[in-house]
Design a protein around this ligand. Sequence first.
Ligand SMILES: [Zn+2]
Length: 160
Amino acid sequence: MEKIASFTIDHERLERGIFVSRRDVTPSGDVITTFDIRLTRPNRDPAARPEALHAMEHLAATFLRNHTQWGGRVVYWGPMGCMTGNYLLLSGDYESRDILPLIKETMEFVAGFEGEIPGASPRDCGNWSFMDPEEARRLARRFLDEVIADPRHESLNYPE
Ligand SMILES: [Zn+2]
């Protein structure tokens, strides 16, 4: 089988940031943009704890789907299997810069969240106690302070 496109970028050179990983056109002609929201440098920094990305998933998905401007365009938010970040799929053709304010708001929501995680109950989730909200807050805060506050070119564009 052919190597799929996302496995052909050099993961040893990737930085943290917001990256367009693909644009797909559905049979009905709609464009779906897939972003990598990369929180740690692959193979160079420690990956995130899955419990933290799970808590972030519940918080970010809830925030994004309730967003007045973007909510209707959110197709999916969820953790990468390699635990170095998250995928965000949006309906429409976008660049990383277009969603900087949205990701800033999302991470601020996660970083400042107190109380019960939405959907963290046996009825609503398949592994509801597998959560580390404190580590999710710390990851979001670090991404805001070290990446989003002053995004560099390498944090918005994958290496050519
Ligand atoms: Zn869950």
